[in-house]
Design a protein around this ligand. Sequence first.
Ligand SMILES: [Zn+2]
Length: 334
Amino acid sequence: MKNILVVILFVLLISIVIPLGISKTYNAIIEDKDIISDIKDMKIEKDMEIQLFDTKTQTVIDVPLEEYIMGVVAAEMPAKFNLEALKAQAVAARTFALYRISKYPNGHPSHPDSGLCNGVHCQAWLSKESLKDTHGKDWMLEYWPKIETSVLSTKGEIVTYNNNLIEPLFHSVSGGMTENSEEYFASRMDYLRSVPSPHEDGAPRLNGQVSLSIEAFINKLENKYPNIHLTEDNIKDKILLVNKSNSGRITQVKIDNEVVSGRDLRELFNLNSTNFKIYVLTDKDEIQIKTVGYGHGVGMSQWGANGMGNNGYTYEDILKHYYTGIDITNIHEK
Ligand SMILES: [Zn+2]
């Protein structure tokens, strides 16, 4: 006789965030809206250097801006991606760097010596020397010129909204629709709206799964939330979907008497996204959580950008698609 897995129930779809993978996502938190600086007030020298906090040596190093952007593009996006996607990443990386520096002129609380670090906390950066060490000579020969081209052909270009630098969040792959900023982070940003992302073919982490025993699942929840009390017998009745966002990601789930955000569940169970469904397989004593997408889903989808490039779109098309109502401005020509 067949044991059919009893699948259950709950459904959730969502997708959330997290980033690091094939590509990382900014560990960004949109904390407030009074950001920065009208770009007209910014003074950008042509040979501007970035004061970068090196998380390994715990020292500040000076790196020319455009050289810094090359090291970010190499660290944050696969170099095999379409050149237009790399160019979009370069403009986003330049925008993010200047955004951070403008927002934290006296240092970031996590690294007071500088507003910008070279870890995923801000945006990952690798020096040319470390890229040679990690990727080897053949990679450098094949891909470094492409990375240089992506940066130099967009030199000085940044993304603005109402003349202000944006916080250009991005993620690996959305699963078909990006997310409104306020559904995952604290603040609504008018340029971070949910949009379709139809060109994500080939993304290796489009679908993911986390499996654990029912007991382990219950223990994790009860350890974090003392008000939650579940048993194998009642678990199917005690987990209810409360809210999904319009993009299909789960924003709230009621577990026993506790309402838990999709983001918190994502972090607790290390899910690829908040676009998830929970299956209770009682005959296997297993919980399976299946996800669609990889990352928080807000802003530019990197795999979507690559697909747009492969379908003939330019980096400007890509940026304007994923960041609503923005302009692309050159800091040297403003
Ligand atoms: Zn940082």
